[in-house]
Design a protein around this ligand. Structure first.
Ligand code: NAP
Length: 474
């Protein structure tokens, strides 16, 4: 067997020889087994790319409309016309190919199959096909593209084709076809990676799982916490039914609280990592798995936090049109008129509320900027320095503004005993814990002596006692 193609890179030079050369030459057709959805879409794309296409079908005469220019034959006849065969048939039906062993000998078979669920079979479909037909060179690939995508022309997100197989030449042949079709090929190594490729279409937002679990967990916790502290407490203590507050007031407390905690959770792992590197005196030791996982989901945490902050803004905007609020204002005004009372203008209160709103608006503005710059299309246009300036420096400023917004909201409320219903702190107080810790730790990291030390470590410096330790171990 010739040498393997390096993972993640596919050379696009023309093939040197062998069966694969014939497979991609303009004269020789590409064969597709199966005239179903994928087979037809793939055939159409191949024809548009100037390949000749022949189909192998159980019913070559009555297999339904095929792309213009393609011909259908029996499996045996079609296999003899091509060296490269796309197997667009479900795995359950692969056994029919066992009867074609002689016609398929030495051919490149592309296994495009997927399964309805993970671990359905003990071995990957491509490995099974290779076992059925040891005389063929099986390449796994194209399974992450849908028939629809192929028919409509791949968009940016679906331009990638993963390939794996034991023969470098066979992979090269398939890679050339894919490249001519305008797709980007990613070589994932030998056929043992087939199961991994077959699992890709079955993934359900894998990188969102943990952030979503954290969000739902925090939302549920704070919802019930505030429900008990506010609605149930009012009912039990004062006999008042204020359950209507669940819809807007409670929601408008839960969303910003969780949003602020999640924003700070985006920056906490970075701070922990910095302290860990300082403690270890090197950046060359791996972080614990939990920290790695946490760091990898910061973008999703941030986007979910932004979504909650956005909901908080929307809920805040509807406050003036709420029946409850309009009733309270009218009632207050009428009471004052009746009792011939006036209330003094409170300058401190004016400062406090204006600062609270203003800081909140600025924080939200930067929040949006962070969200926009995390989109691949935007972040790709930024240099590393620009990206890290926005995500790290402006990110911490955003956290600072949003935390300040919450402190201004609280003001001196924490001094009032009535705030501690059933001896529990208010929700906003709890929401300030993590961001305050993160900002304090960040402030420590910004101290010149600490900053110098962490910068040196990140440039590759290692503490000397580590060197001595290593020498001793050696
Ligand atoms: P499909 O529409 O059901 O077509 C499957 C074809 O297989 C049939 O049209 C038939 O072609 C052939 N076939 C059916 N029973 C057979 C048997 N007993 N023996 C031999 N051949 C038989 O399925 P599809 O959507 O094209 O999917 C084909 C493969 O591609 C599957 O493995 C699937 O997982 C994979 N895939 C599909 C998509 C997609 O978007 N559809 C995307 C990625 C991967 P003839 O009647 O001409 O023999």
């Amino acid at each position: 067997m010739s040498k393997e193609v390096k993972p993640e890179s596919v050379s696009l030079r023309p093939l040197g020889g062998g069966a694969a050369v014939m497979a991609t030459s303009e004269q020789e057709p590409v064969c597709i087994f199966g005239t179903g959805d994928l087979g037809r879409s793939l055939g159409q794309r191949l024809l548009q790319t100037d390949y000749k296409v022949v189909y192998g079908s159980r019913r070559p005469r009555s297999c339904g409309p095929l792309p213009e220019g393609a011909q259908a034959f029996s499996h045996a006849d079609a296999a003899q016309l091509a060296s490269l065969i796309f197997v667009c048939v479900h795995r359950e039906h692969y056994d029919f190919m066992e009867t074609l062993t002689s016609q398929l000998e030495g051919k490149v078979l592309v296994d495009v199959s997927n399964n309805p669920e993970k671990n359905l079979y003990p071995e990957a479909n491509a490995a099974y096909l290779q076992r059925l037909l040891p005389g063929c060179q099986v390449v796994k690939g194209f399974n992450t593209l849908s028939a629809w995508t192929l028919q409509n022309g791949p968009s940016d997100a679906s331009r990638q084709v993963y390939l794996c197989g034991n023969s470098a030449e066979a992979k090269q042949a398939v890679a050339e076809v894919a490249t001519k079709m305008g797709l980007t090929v990613l070589d994932r190594g030998s056929l043992s990676a087939a199961r991994e490729l077959e699992d890709i279409p079955l993934q359900l937002f894998p990188e969102w799982k943990l952030p979503l679990q954290i969000t739902v967990g925090l939302l549920a916790f704070f919802f019930f916490y505030l429900l008990i502290r506010e609605v149930v407490y009012a009912y039990v203590d004062q006999g008042k039914d204020i359950s209507f507050r669940i819809m807007v007031s409670l929601a408008n407390k839960v969303f910003p609280i969780v949003s602020l905690i999640m924003l700070s959770l985006c920056y906490l792992p970075g701070v922990i990592a910095a302290f860990l590197q300082m403690y270890r005196g090197t950046k060359y030791r791996r972080f614990p798995d939990w920290l790695d996982r946490w760091m990898l989901c910061r973008k999703q945490l941030g986007l979910l936090a932004l979504a909650l902050a956005f909901l908080h803004v929307l809920y805040t905007l509807i406050i003036p049109i709420r029946y409850y609020v309009r009733y309270r204002i009218l009632d207050f005004t009428v009471t004052q008129i009746r009792e011939n009372q006036t209330s003094e203008f409170d300058n401190t209160m004016a400062w406090r509320t204006d600062s609270y709103y203003s800081v909140g608006i600025l924080g939200f503005g930067l929040y949006i900027l962070l969200g926009i710059t995390s989109l691949p299309s935007v972040s790709n246009a930024l240099s590393w320095r620009e990206f890290s300036f926005i995500q790290s420096k402006l990110g911490h400023v955003t956290l600072l503004l949003c935390t300040l917004h919450t402190y201004l909201y609280g003001w001196d409320r924490f001094l009032h005993p009535s705030m501690y219903k059933w001896y529990t702190p208010a929700g906003y107080m709890l929401s300030l814990l993590v961001p305050t810790v993160v900002l304090t730790l960040k402030l420590l990291l910004l101290l010149p002596c600490v900053d110098r030390s962490i910068t040196r470590i990140r440039r590759g410096w290692e503490r000397t006692d580590l060197d001595e330790e290593k020498t001793l171990l050696a």
